[in-house]
Design a protein around this ligand. Structure first.
Ligand SMILES: Nc1ncnc2c1ncn2[C@@H]1O[C@H](COP(=O)(O)OP(=O)(O)OP(=O)(O)O)[C@@H](O)[C@H]1O
Length: 137
């Protein structure tokens, strides 16, 4: 899958991505400002998720729940992670073993923990308003 899009088209891109991916673990590659967070928020919205600011891990891991209150997705941003030991301390392996959506920014930082069947998404900046997305399953 490959698509070029502007921000107002995010929900349609999110819909396509959810329909396309075989894995519920999605890794987002791209420079700062490429639009990883913006797209993940679009995916959560598309899935009908809400941020659970009451979760004990809030701030480290963003947790999203369905409107009915069921756990729906985790969103990690590993930009500030120093090494993989810190990921172990977070209990990353437990997060990955649950059957919920997992969205990972800066997956380069946790290479040894990434499931082999994760879907890899590359975001590039074409111009200030336009992004290119390529998916490798
Ligand atoms: N087509 C687009 N898709 C996504 N974001 C866009 C698009 N066009 C412009 N933007 C803007 O680009 C910025 C992307 O920021 P965002 O925080 O999502 O990037 P990021 O890849 O998560 O960066 P970081 O690694 O710093 O968290 C936002 O300000 C957003 O409004």
């Amino acid at each position: 899958m490959e698509v070029t899009f502007k921000e107002h088209e995010i929900q349609e891109v999110a819909r396509q991505l959810i329909a396309h991916t075989k894995s519920k673990v999605l890794c987002f590659y791209g420079d700062m400002g490429a639009g990883k967070t913006t797209l993940i928020k679009g995916l959560v919205k598309q899935l009908g998720g809400e941020n659970n600011a009451n979760s004990p891990t809030f701030g480290i891991v963003n947790e999203y729940q369905s409107k009915a209150g069921a756990l729906l997705a985790y969103h990690f941003d590993f930009y500030r992670l120093n090494d993989e030991t810190e990921a172990l301390d977070l209990g990353l392996e437990d997060y990955l073993n649950q059957n919920v959506w997992v969205f990972i920014e800066w997956p380069e930082k946790i290479k040894s923990f990434l499931p082999e069947d994760a879907t890899n998404i590359f975001l590039g900046v074409l111009d200030p308003e336009t992004r290119n997305l390529k998916v490798f399953d």
